[in-house]
Design a protein around this ligand. Structure first.
Ligand SMILES: C[S@@+](CC[C@H](N)C(=O)[O-])C[C@H]1O[C@@H](n2cnc3c(N)ncnc32)[C@H](O)[C@@H]1O
Length: 217
């Protein structure tokens, strides 16, 4: 429930910032696309391990990816489910995007070992900035519900152990690297956040098969 005098947290794929990015074409040059390795004609499968307000997932699905969203907060999961339903009913274009999105409720640390995708994205709640006015209101509302994600290192370790070829961590531009997580392969800076990209070593099984089922020579 919203605190007195404060608006309630809302997830909106039809209007708002998400809709704006799509309408103006700004989505096509978004740094997240580069970080995930998306390119025209390259439809990736992506697991968004921290779905939150679903904006990153929606952007990726709108650009052609098939996205599995994982959210552990029951309240946020309900908001996401309702927003997906609303977008599905809004127009055939939005329904086509939503058809590429699958929402799961649960803890990604437990679900990731059961899933497989090209890319896993992780965007935990970022450390609070000293100038709290700079934190967008919707992030403050989200933090009131989900807290601070103190187990984000464990989540990153689960992501790095998952069956995927790339992990992307969204993190504040100038923040220290997460303790207990290996160095990223490279970083892609945005205006206020950066994307730490971890290219995964190719997994080869005892029978010379790779994680994707193909055989090594
Ligand atoms: C910063 S928000 C993500 C915002 C999202 N990238 C977006 O575009 O709206 C982080 C979200 O991840 C969720 N979360 C954190 N750790 C999680 C975990 N281990 N499993 C599932 N969800 C998790 C939190 O409940 C919160 O809703």
């Amino acid at each position: 429930m919203a605190k007195a005098g404060r608006p309630a947290l809302a997830v909106d794929f039809v209007g708002g910032a998400t809709g704006y990015k799509l309408r103006t074409g700004a989505a096509r040059s978004h740094a997240l696309l580069k970080a995930t390795g998306m390119a025209p004609g390259r439809a990736l499968t992506i697991i968004d391990a921290t779905a939150g307000l679903g904006r990153d997932s929606f952007l990726l699905a709108a650009m052609g990816a098939t996205v599995t969203l994982i959210e552990r907060s029951p309240q946020v999961h309900v908001l996401l489910a309702e927003a997906l339903d609303a977008a599905r009913a809004e127009s055939p274009e939005l329904a086509a995007i939503v058809a590429r999105m699958t929402l799961l409720h649960g803890d990604a640390r437990e679900l990731l070992p059961t899933l497989q995708a090209d890319v896993v994205t992780v965007d935990p709640m970022h450390p609070e900035r000293t100038k709290t006015a700079l934190v967008k209101q919707e992030m403050r509302l989200l933090r009131d519900i989900v807290g601070t994600d103190p187990d984000m290192t464990e989540l990153m370790q689960a992501a790095l152990a998952a069956r995927c070829s790339r992990v992307v961590l969204k993190w504040p531009l100038r923040a220290e690297a997460l303790q207990g997580v290996r160095k990223p392969s490279h970083q892609i800076p945005g205006k206020t956040v950066r994307y730490d990209v971890f290219v995964q070593p190719r997994l080869v099984g005892p029978d010379n098969s790779r994680a994707d089922g193909s055989l090594t020579s």
